[in-house]
Structure formats: structure tokens, C-alpha cells
Design a protein around this ligand. Structure first.
Ligand SMILES: Nc1ncnc2c1ncn2[C@@H]1O[C@H](COP(=O)(O)OP(=O)(O)OP(=O)(O)O)[C@@H](O)[C@H]1O
Length: 301
């Protein structure tokens, strides 16, 4: 048995001249709640659609659930891919969509789906077209969750949901995952809300893989040093710096390496405070374009 649910080797998908997925190689472990993180246009949707067999690759290899995903019924019945604004026919009622999921997925829990609709105050007799953006996201999330598919891919599942619904959706997701462990990949650019529930993070940027690591490992990639500008510059001289901001009032650097008690003790005398970097901030530092100068110029005549 393969321990990996997805294996990609030198995978590339282009739209014209845009390489949405660019020579990406990765083996994704079976089981876990995995965050697929990246900025707008980084290739998250394209990667999920390739894995779901909704798009064909240009180059490389891709195996999902031990098979090639394109035109492969054996693979597609074991996975679900959902996004917030799936287009259904205008007249279709939610209850009919629920029935169609029941036909497509042998493990679909219709009773659970109906209970969730009630929990989120959505009427199963309503037409899909009548739903607000947030309700559509909620409905699609419910259907995907109730399939209990071995590989569940949720593309920006909370888009449009208000904060109360979002929190409830995360709670439902976490509880359902603990009742029925499987592989759930969630794409998002808001990592802060997901951070506490994820076991692993996969960060992509401009179609390339930056890292795929478990959450504890990520906290050891880099640390933050705060101090006076000149002191900090001197401290960073022999270090690998990921990002630095030397300002009039606050100066800090993000430095590659593991934060240890010993390091913290050693910097105290130099008036430098070391601290952990949150995964969300780390992903931000790794993928941001440094546009500080451009930003300052925006108001120049
Ligand atoms: N159908 C398409 N035709 C042309 N270019 C496309 C198409 N779909 C995506 N792209 C381009 O491919 C790149 C990756 O897009 P993709 O939708 O996969 O990114 P994403 O990470 O999901 O973005 P977002 O977070 O904004 O949803 C972008 O540059 C995008 O403009």
C-alpha cells in the first residue's frame, strides 16, 4: 500500500504562457488536515483541479490514490473537490443536489448532510440559485464533508461566510475529521484561522513548491529578532536573513534557523529579543514581493 495519497513529479500545467503549476514535485502523506497555502494566483486551484482530474497536465507525472486522476472513475469516486461557487442548473433544489451526491458517492451520509443544513439554517427545499454567496459556500462545504471521501479537497471553502458561520464550519470540519479520519486538503490565503487545526502546510508560490512540512517543523524554520537597527544589523551579519525591516522606531529581522533557549540567553546581553514566527507570518515573508519603496511612491506627484 502506498503511504502517499498524491505523488507529483515535475508536474507542469500552463495556460498559454502562464505556468500555473511549474515543475512541482511532491509526495503528500495519507491522513491529516493539510493547508494548501499561497497568495492569489499561486496555483492552488490549478493544483487541486489537476488532482481531481478536472484538468490535464502538460508535463510530468501525477498519481492520486494510486491512479492517474484524468478520466479515471476508480480515482474520482474516492475523491471530492469543491469550491465556493459551483454552477448548477438554475432550477435545481438543494435536496436534489444532495440526492445526486448520494448516487455519486457510496459513503455519502445523507442524514448527516440534512442535519448540517438545519444546523446552518439552510432550507433543503430552496433552489441553489436563491442562496447568498456565503450560503453557497456553506452548502458546497456540507456536501463535500458528507461524502466522507478518502481525499477531500476544499478550495477556499469559507469564502463569503461571516465570522460566526466560519467558526461553526471549522468546528464541524474538525469534529467530523476526528470521527472519520481521512485526508482533507484546504486551500486558503487566511492561514491564521486554520493554523490551530492543521497538521501540515503546503506552501506554493508562482506555481512552485516552497515547502511541505508539519506544523511543528514550520515553527523551527525561522525566528524573529527585535532590537535597535544598528545592533540588529551587526547581529545579523553572519546569519541567513529572510526579511529585515530597519525603521526609525522599530527594527526586526526574520532569520533562518531554530530558536533555542541558548540563543535567547545569548542575545539578552545585546538587547535583542528573539521570538517565534507564526506560520502565517512566515508564509507571508516567504512569498511577499518587497514593495515598500513602490508603496511610498504612490502618493508622490
Ligand atoms: N482558465 C485560465 N486561463 C488562463 N489563466 C488561468 C486560468 N486559470 C488560472 N489561470 C492563471 O493561472 C495562475 C494560477 O491560478 P490559480 O487559480 O490556480 O491560483 P490560486 O492560487 O487558486 O489563486 P486564488 O487564491 O486567487 O484563487 C494565475 O496566474 C491565473 O491567472
Amino acid at each position: 500500500m502506498d503511504d502517499f495519497i498524491i505523488r507529483a513529479k515535475e508536474l507542469t500545467k500552463s495556460y498559454g504562457k502562464v505556468r500555473a503549476i511549474d515543475n512541482l514535485s511532491i509526495n503528500i502523506n495519507k491522513g491529516g488536515l493539510i493547508g494548501l497555502i499561497g497568495r492569489n494566483g499561486s496555483g492552488k486551484t490549478t493544483f487541486m483541479k489537476l488532482c481531481a482530474g478536472l484538468l490535464d497536465k502538460n508535463e510530468g507525472e501525477l498519481m492520486v490514490l494510486n491512479g492517474e486522476p484524468m478520466n479515471n472513475l476508480e480515482v474520482s469516486e474516492k475523491l471530492v473537490y469543491t469550491y465556493h461557487n459551483i454552477e448548477y442548473s438554475k432550477k435545481i433544489k438543494l435536496i436534489d443536489i444532495i440526492y445526486s451526491f448520494k448516487i455519486m458517492y457510496k459513503n455519502f451520509d445523507e442524514y448527516f448532510a440534512l442535519k448540517l443544513l438545519k444546523f446552518f439554517d439552510i432550507n433543503s427545499k430552496d433552489k441553489y440559485i436563491q442562496l447568498s454567496q456565503g450560503m453557497m459556500s456553506t452548502f458546497n462545504f456540507i456536501c463535500a464533508l458528507a461524502t466522507r471521501a478518502e481525499l477531500t479537497m476544499l478550495d477556499e471553502p469559507v469564502l463569503g461566510m461571516d465570522i460566526t458561520v466560519r467558526k461553526a464550519a471549522y468546528e464541524v470540519l474538525l469534529r467530523d475529521y476526528s470521527e472519520y479520519p481521512r485526508t482533507i486538503i484546504i486551500s486558503s490565503h487566511i492561514l491564521s484561522e486554520l493554523e490551530g487545526m492543521l497538521s501540515e502546510i503546503l506552501l506554493i508560490n508562482k506555481g512552485k513548491l516552497l515547502f511541505y512540512k508539519d506544523i511543528e517543523e514550520i515553527q523551527q524554520i525561522a525566528y524573529r529578532a527585535d532590537g535597535r537597527g544598528d545592533v540588529l544589523k551587526d547581529y545579523c551579519r553572519d546569519k541567513k536573513v529572510l526579511y529585515s525591516k530597519i525603521g526609525e522606531f522599530d527594527s526586526f529581522s526574520i532569520i533562518y534557523g531554530k530558536l533555542t533557549e541558548e540563543l535567547i540567553d545569548m542575545t539578552k546581553a545585546r538587547n535583542i529579543a528573539l521570538s517565534k514566527v507564526r506560520p502565517e507570518d512566515l508564509c507571508g515573508y516567504l512569498t511577499q514581493d518587497h514593495k515598500e519603496d513602490e508603496l511610498k511612491c504612490l502618493w508622490k506627484k
